[in-house]
Design a protein around this ligand. Structure first.
Ligand code: ARG
Length: 499
């Protein structure tokens, strides 16, 4: 996945490895890159839609076998040309659909090219092209997201016992394990995968044959063209086929916004815990960037870019929702803008999961530092109160009060001392007693952690079962995805045979 080449930027001498190319590209973004025309991305899908439509016109007797052969020949030539030397879109011909029709009829001189628009409109044509495009792009997010989950689960297995501090309000809270922390990330990302697969299913229905919005009097067979395009079926009502354009884009933007939010939380954790002040993690040098003025800098730019891209994604979602909000049923040209928004969104966000997977794989956990920090700031106080309450059958609040005082009297030593808890017990006129051995046991993080062995807790046994459950869920999703991909690829082969 990751690649490296010699670096030409000004920073980097401190780093033990050259920056990863994926990382440099991800971080420099559009600063140094031009954007292609939107409809260039639709060329192969428009050819596929044309092929399926032409096959359907022939099957229903609207065009002859010879006419189909000629149309197919021209379309496959166009495909080959666009794959090898590219197909330059002529802006005078408005969009991809008119460019392709012109290619068949004028460049190739095929008379049947004038019949190919029978029983369809650009409205259902673009809706179909977009669903084909979205299907592929969405798969391109879901699959690497699976790789990211896998890399997190591998790290969680490796770090399942590693003690670390847990935070609330960014403040030391309770002791936990790196395994617990990592499986919280993967659990969230598995929800994202499930959500995106659901969206994939929603968009995997054919709008072709809806024509302008109101169907056609030609004797078309929508089920047949849907099958040729690898769809699971047809989106039935023709008016909704056209009006719903943009809705699936918004659904995708919503699912990806949620995913980007999760990636942002992961990024924020990585940024903070790898600073010299927390010093719990080391991000591999390949994913570190530098400064043109401060030679010592080790910047986690990729993580900041992920947070920025999450905001970009939210903007696209808001715009998409706005575009589809108030138009009358049927085609409205506002919807053309949805194409630019969703293409921008995929371009910006798709590289994030595979990049983060590489970062996680090479992430170094500073286990000694993590453990040392977990033993500071009285992070065991709540667990100590729980232990006392259970051992002496006391109300939690009574023990909480004892611990409050014990923390106060231990401030100077940084850990709850025997003297402090005895003083607290005496002051509160409690009947209980605590031995030095018990204090030692309580101050030992691992003895606390392994008591939290309920479902989803940070005990090693709980982490092991979470890893097992999540691995099983991931395998299930991967199976579903493989089935869907196979269906799409075989439909593609059927239409493009001879290309
Ligand atoms: N290029 C247009 C789009 O992306 C499709 C054209 C349909 N145009 C029309 N005037 N009905 O939406």
């Amino acid at each position: 996945m990751s690649t490296q080449k010699s670096i030409s930027q000004v920073w980097g001498s401190r780093l033990g490895a050259s920056p990863d190319d994926l990382n440099l590209e991800f971080c420099s973004g559009r600063d140094v890159k031009a954007l292609p025309m939107a409809d260039e991305k639709l060329i192969k899908y428009d050819i596929w839609t044309n092929l399926a439509h032409a096959e359907m016109l022939c099957k229903t007797g609207i065009i002859s076998d010879d006419e189909l052969d000629e149309l197919k020949g021209a379309l496959l030539d166009l495909f080959q040309q666009s794959e090898s030397s590219g197909f330059e879109l002529d802006p005078d011909k408005e969009d991809i659909h008119i460019n392709v029709e012109h290619f068949i009829t004028h460049t190739k001189g095929i008379a049947a090219g004038k019949k190919i628009h029978s029983g369809r409109s650009r409205n259902d044509q673009v809706a179909t092209d977009m669903r084909l495009y979205l299907r592929e792009e969405l798969m391109g997010v879901i699959e690497p997201l699976g790789l990211l989950v896998e890399s997190i689960l591998e790290k969680a297995a490796e770090q399942k016992e590693a003690i670390m501090p847990g935070f609330t309000h960014y403040q030391p809270a309770m002791i936990t394990t790196a395994g617990h922390w990592l499986t919280s990330w993967s659990q969230a990302l598995l929800r994202d995968i499930a959500r995106l697969i659901n969206t994939f299913n929603n968009l995997n229905l054919s709008p072709l044959g809806a024509a302008a919005s109101f169907g056609t009097s030609w004797p078309i067979n929508r089920e047949y063209s849907a099958e040729l395009l690898g769809f699971e079926g047809v989106e039935e009502n023709t008016l909704d086929c056209i009006t719903s354009r943009g809705e699936l884009e918004a659904e995708i933007a919503s699912g990806i916004s949620m995913m980007m939010n999760h990636l942002s939380v992961i990024s924020q954790d990585l940024i903070l815990l790898s600073t010299p002040y927390y010093n719990m993690l080391k991000i591999d040098d390949r994913f570190i960037t530098g400064s043109s003025i401060m030679p010592q800098k080790r910047n986690p730019d990729f993580a900041e870019v992920i947070r920025g891209k999450a905001a970009f994604c939210h903007g696209a979602l808001t715009s998409l929702l706005g575009i589809i909000k108030g138009s009358m049923s049927g085609y409205n040209k506002d919807i053309q803008i949805s194409k630019y928004l969703i293409m921008d969104l995929f371009r910006e966000c798709s590289p994030a999961p595979p990049l983060l997977a590489e970062v996680i794989k090479s992430l170094e956990f500073k286990n000694d530092e993590m453990r040392k920090l977990a033993e500071t700031d009285f992070m065991n106080s709540a667990d100590f109160a729980d232990w006392l309450a259970r051992k002496h059958a006391l109300p939690f609040r009574e023990c909480y009060d004892l611990l409050s005082l014990a923390v106060k009297y231990s401030e100077a030593s940084g850990k709850i001392t025997h003297e402090a808890i005895c003083r607290a017990i005496e002051e509160n006129k409690s009947e209980i007693s605590v031995s030095r051995e018990e204090i030692e046991m309580i101050n030992k993080p691992s003895s606390l952690i392994n008591r939290k062995n309920h479902t989803g807790g940070p005990a090693v046994s709980s982490i092991e079962s979470m890893i097992e459950n999540q691995t099983g869920r991931l395998a299930g999703y991967r199976n579903q995805i493989a089935g869907k991909k196979e269906r799409i690829e075989s439909a593609w082969r059927r239409c493009f045979s001879g290309a």
